[in-house]
Design a protein around this ligand. Structure first.
Ligand SMILES: Nc1ncnc2c1ncn2[C@@H]1O[C@H](COP(=O)(O)OP(=O)(O)O)[C@@H](O)[C@H]1O
Ligand code: SF4
Ligand SMILES: [Mg+2]
Length: 354
C-alpha cells in the first residue's frame, strides 16, 4: 500500500536486531512511526528503548552487527530499505534527510577549520549540485565548479547568521575547539539545514549541553525548522523537552511503539499504562512522584506480547501472548494496549471547569 499523501515518512512494522555475544538483541519489535511534512515529531523513551536505532535505520547507517529482518521505511512513498544503497547515500542521506547528532564535540574533525569542513559537505550535498555533476569523475578529486562554490559559500554565510554565529567570515577560519558546545550545535543545525532537506533527524541534540543552552538551541531549531517547513524527528528521553518543541509524540518502550498523540492531547489524556506511569514519574507541583516498579527488560530475551506486561498492573493473558494492535482514538491519538486507561472526559467549556 503506498504511503498516504500526508506522511513524509512511514515506518511500518520495522524489526531490527543486533548480534551480541549473548545472542541477538531484538531492539526494534515491529515499530510504526509516521512523520508529516513540516512537523516536529518527538520520539520519546527511556535510554536503551531503541530511539537511536530507529533514527539510524531511517538514515541507513545501522552498524555492521545489525540485521533488519522485516519492515518498511517509506520516504515520500519510496521504501528506503529496498532502494540501492548508492542511491540512498548520494541522493537522500545528507540531502533530503540530514542529521544533527547528540555530541557536538565529536562532530567535527579537530584538525581542520570549520569552513573547510562545511564547504566539503556542500561540495557533495549542496541543493545547487546538479545531477550532471554527479556523473563526473567521482571520488575525492571531483571538481567543485567555481560558480556553485561561490553561491554555496554565500548560502553558508547566510545560514551562519541565521543560527546566530557571530562574525561568520571569521568563524569559518576557526578550528572546532575555538567554539563552545552550544556554538558547535548551532553549526550542526546550520549544516543540517544547508542542503534544504525535507527531514532533519535530531538525535538527542541537546543532551550534552547545559540546561540554559539547551533551551536556546531548541528554540532556534524549532524556529528555523518551522520557517523553512522542514520536518524534524526529535529523539529525547526527556518529556519536558519534548513538550517544549514537538507537535506530536510517539512513545517507545523496550523497542515497541506504545502511544502516539498530538502533544497537548498526549500530556492531558495519556491512555497507555506505561505513558501514564512515565508522566506520573515527572516532578509536578501538588503531585507525589511515583516510580515505575520493575526493570526495563533485556532485549536478548524480551518478554513476549506487550513488552511492558511484567511491569503492568492491568496485564491479562492476551498481553503476555501477542502484541496489541494499534487502536485509533479521536484526534489522531493512537494507543497499543488491550486495556488502555480511559481518562475522565475534558470539562466542557459551558461547565466552567479547568
Ligand atoms: N551496535 C550495537 N550492538 C549491540 N547492541 C546495541 C548496539 N547499538 C545499540 N545497542 C543496544 O540496543 C538497545 C537500544 O539502543 P539505542 O537504539 O541506542 O537506544 P536509545 O537511543 O533509546 O538509548 C540498547 O540496549 C543498546 O545497548
Ligand atoms: S497491553 Fe496489557 S500489558 Fe501492555 S500496557 Fe496494555 S494492559 Fe498493560
Ligand atoms: Mg540514543
Amino acid at each position: 500500500m503506498p504511503a498516504p499523501a500526508d506522511n513524509l515518512v512511514e515506518v511500518e512494522n520495522l524489526f531490527v536486531s543486533y548480534a551480541t555475544g549473548h545472542g541477538a538483541a531484538r531492539v526494534l519489535d515491529g515499530v510504526n512511526l509516521a512523520i508529516r511534512p513540516g512537523e516536529i515529531m518527538g520520539l520519546v523513551g527511556e535510554s536503551g528503548c531503541g530511539k537511536t536505532t530507529l533514527a539510524n535505520s531511517i538514515l541507513g547507517i545501522l552498524p555492521g552487527n545489525a540485521a533488519c529482518p522485516g519492515g518498511t521505511i517509506r520516504f515520500r512513498g519510496e521504501d528506503l530499505l529496498r532502494l540501492p544503497a548508492g542511491q540512498v547515500a548520494d541522493g537522500i542521506r545528507g540531502r533530503n534527510i540530514t542529521f544533527i547528532p547528540q555530541d557536538p564535540f565529536g562532530s567535527f574533525n579537530p584538525l581542520f577549520p570549520i569552513g573547510t569542513q562545511i564547504m566539503e559537505v556542500m561540495k557533495w550535498k549542496s541543493p545547487r549540485r546538479s545531477a550532471r555533476e554527479g556523473r563526473g569523475m567521482g571520488g575525492f578529486f571531483s571538481r567543485y565548479p567555481r560558480a556553485r562554490r561561490r553561491a554555496d559559500r554565500a548560502a553558508v554565510l547566510e545560514m551562519l547568521r541565521s543560527v546566530q554565529i557571530a562574525k561568520p567570515q571569521e568563524a569559518l577560519r576557526k578550528l572546532p575547539h575555538e567554539f563552545s558546545g552550544g556554538q558547535r550545535q548551532r553549526l550542526m543545525i546550520a549544516l543540517a539545514l544547508l542542503p534544504q532537506p525535507k527531514l532533519v533527524i535530531a538525535d538527542e541534540p541537546t543532551t550534552a549541553l547545559d540546561v540554559t543552552i539547551q533551551a536556546q538551541i531548541l528554540k532556534l531549531l524549532k524556529r528555523l525548522a518551522k520557517e523553512r517547513g522542514v520536518a524534524v524527528l526529535f529523539t529525547t528521553h526527556d518529556l519536558g523537552t519534548a513538550y517544549e518543541i514537538c507537535d506530536r509524540i510517539t512513545v517507545m518502550y523496550a523497542g515497541q511503539d506504545v502511544e502516539t498523540a498530538p502533544v497537548d492531547d498526549f500530556f492531558r489524556r495519556p491512555h497507555h499504562p506505561y505513558t501514564v506511569r512515565l508522566l506520573e514519574s515527572l516532578p509536578r507541583p501538588g503531585h507525589d512522584l511515583r516510580e515505575i516498579g520493575g526493570e526495563v527488560p533485556a532485549l536478548v530475551d524480551p518478554p513476549p506480547g506487550c513488552r511492558f506486561h511484567p511491569r503492568c498492573e492491568r496485564a491479562s493473558e492476551p498481553c503476555r501472548c501477542e502484541r496489541p494492535p494499534v487502536t485509533p482514538l479521536v484526534g489522531g491519538h493512537e494507543v497499543r494496549c488491550y486495556h488502555p486507561i480511559i481518562p475522565p472526559p475534558l470539562p466542557s467549556p459551558a461547565s466552567g471547569g479547568g
